[in-house]
Design a protein around this ligand. Structure first.
Ligand code: TYM
Length: 345
């Protein structure tokens, strides 16, 4: 008899019309390959995106767009659970329980919160933004996830999730929660901005600094051509001295599956322009099928919604059970259906 596979969980925010290369290489590519090894649960985390106060029409549209891009990139709803976070109410419910075991100081030390709140000021910063990492911990613990594939920017949030899981076990007994392991691939965990290679590629970065999955080939080629490349012409991999060229080499290697050294060898004595032109072809070749499939999914919103409804139903089965277990350990009375089942033994 085969043993049940460990469960993996990860999520992505519907905060833009298109995912970018950082999301693709840092997260999605690993999520797709995880499907062969784990029982995978992937979520479009719409509740998280409310912390930046998006327009309601935009969030509705982007939630579908994000799900469509995940499917197009290879998330297979027959093998994995793909769902929208707000469709499973236990995410918010477990957040409350975790809020009550998280220190105010501990949550205040989250660097993403500190960065964002210092830009927005106390009045512009919502309690939701402060609570963001705890909602993220609830996402993970709710599925008893053993492993969480993410990019480098999520490392500190994962640490908090681990601390909270361990705290639940210490306070309420072993087996209350699974302590999740982060899965962060060093080579692709931090794709840099094309215009500012000292910063990570992000939707709030410099104009022209990101490559978006839904960009047409011309735009992709133009942005790669305009990427900042460290003064001297030599092509070598040296992230400290040559962050721009090194970032391009990282992207080239990850998308082509060829080692960086081999690519450096091939471009020895050539100009950066050569590398950029070829890289544009590699990016276009990787993105075009994803863009086209995404357009296919978006052309049939009813089918997309059916996939998400099925995912939510499957996610709910796990979430209901795990939430009831944790709530019981906290001392909350079981609710109706679950309680009767418990009493029946
Ligand atoms: P989000 O939506 O910002 O990003 C989704 C995933 O993309 C990764 N990523 C990158 N990887 C490499 N290089 C980059 N430049 C880059 N930019 C983004 C992120 O690390 C992430 O894995 N808080 C999460 C969403 C979330 C979540 C969760 C993740 C909510 N609940 C539970 C895991 C488990 C976030 O904002 O991701």
């Amino acid at each position: 008899m085969s043993t049940p596979r460990s469960r993996a969980f990860s999520g992505i925010q519907p905060t833009a019309d298109s995912l970018h290369l950082g999301n693709f290489l840092g997260a999605l590519v690993n999520w797709v390959s995880f499907q062969d090894r784990f029982e995978c649960v992937y979520s479009v985390v719409d509740l998280h995106s409310l912390t930046v106060g998006p327009d309601p029409a935009a969030i509705r549209d982007r939630t579908r767009r994000t799900a469509a891009q995940m499917l197009a990139a290879g998330i297979d709803p027959a093998r994995s659970i793909l769902f929208v976070q707000s469709h499973v109410p236990q995410h918010a419910e477990l957040t409350w329980l975790l809020n009550c075991v998280t220190g105010f100081g501990e949550a205040s030390r989250m660097t993403q919160f500190k960065d964002k709140s210092s830009k927005q000021g106390a009045e512009g910063t919502t309690v939701g933004l402060f609570d963001y990492p705890i909602l993220m911990a609830a996402d993970i613990l709710l599925y008893d996830a053993a492993i969480v594939p993410v990019g480098e920017d999520q490392r500190q949030h994962l640490e908090l999730s681990r601390d909270l899981a361990a705290r639940l076990n210490a306070r309420y007994g072993e087996g209350t929660a699974i302590v999740p392991e982060p899965y962060i691939v060093p080579a692709t965990a931090k794709i840099q901005d094309l215009q500012d290679p000292a910063a990570k590629m992000s939707k709030s970065g410099r104009p022209g600094g990101i490559l978006e999955l839904m960009d047409p080939p011309k735009v992709l080629a133009k942005r790669i051509k305009a990427a900042v490349t460290d003064g001297e012409t030599e092509i070598r991999y040296d992230p400290a001295a040559k962050p721009g060229v090194s970032n391009l080499l990282t992207i080239y290697s990850a998308l082509s599956g060829r080692p960086v050294e081999q690519i450096v060898e091939e471009y020895r004595g050539k100009m950066c322009g050569h590398l950029k032109a070829d890289l544009a072809d590699v990016v276009v070749e990787a993105f075009t099928p994803v863009r086209e499939k995404t357009e296919g999914y978006l052309a049939d919103p009813a089918q997309l919604d059916a996939i998400l409804a099925d995912g939510a139903a499957r996610a709910s089965q796990i979430a209901t059970r795990v939430h009831a277990r944790i709530a019981d350990r906290f001392g909350l009375l079981p609710r109706g259906e679950t309680g009767r089942r418990g009493a029946d033994g």
